[in-house]
Design a protein around this ligand. Sequence first.
Ligand code: URA
Length: 217
Amino acid sequence: MNEFQNVHVLPKTAYLSYLHTKIREKSASQQTFNTYSNQVIRQLLIHAAELLQFNDKGVITPIGDIYQGYDLKTGVCGVSVIRAGESMEPEYNNMFPGSPVGKILIQRDKVSKLPSYYYSHFPADIDKRSVFLFEPMLATGGSLIKAIETLLENNVSEQQIIVVNFLASPEGLDHVVTQFPNLKIVTSSIEEGMNEHAYMKPGIGDFGDRYFGTYSK
Ligand code: URA
């Protein structure tokens, strides 16, 4: 349990902590970082999938019996907040083969630190789908709020959106859920807070740079 309604935190199992330990270590190579973060991403996506709606569906098994199971009620659409969000696309493609992926580009101004919208592209029927919004780092919440506003402008309702998030700060979560109380968020950790550069503590560093190997000096 946590203090935020509609925020689902993965159970802190020993194996999840082991994955976090591998990923958070400063000296982890890009390969180590990606191998272990992909496993956390898989857990996040499985948890997010459990929040979808399903219809009953029976199938005939090879021995002629009926298996009573489920089918998805609506299609899904992944939406990546460029660039870190794109790290979630390979596991999403494995789980939902053939499902569309939209993109949103939001960048923080280097001086004002405020997020600005640059670009988005979605499938025409996104308003009829459940949307997984891929935003691994929720620090101040500013970029995520802009991304959600962009989806709402494209007729996606708050209830249709499940944010798939790796790490979140309590301040950022508060900011986002106050503005969008019906949004669902799945995360693998709520951090202690942020430092003066808006990096989460203890955190993971710059997720995009570590995942894509674009370290600056
Ligand atoms: N973005 C990151 O990549 N890491 C943080 O800690 C905060 C924002």
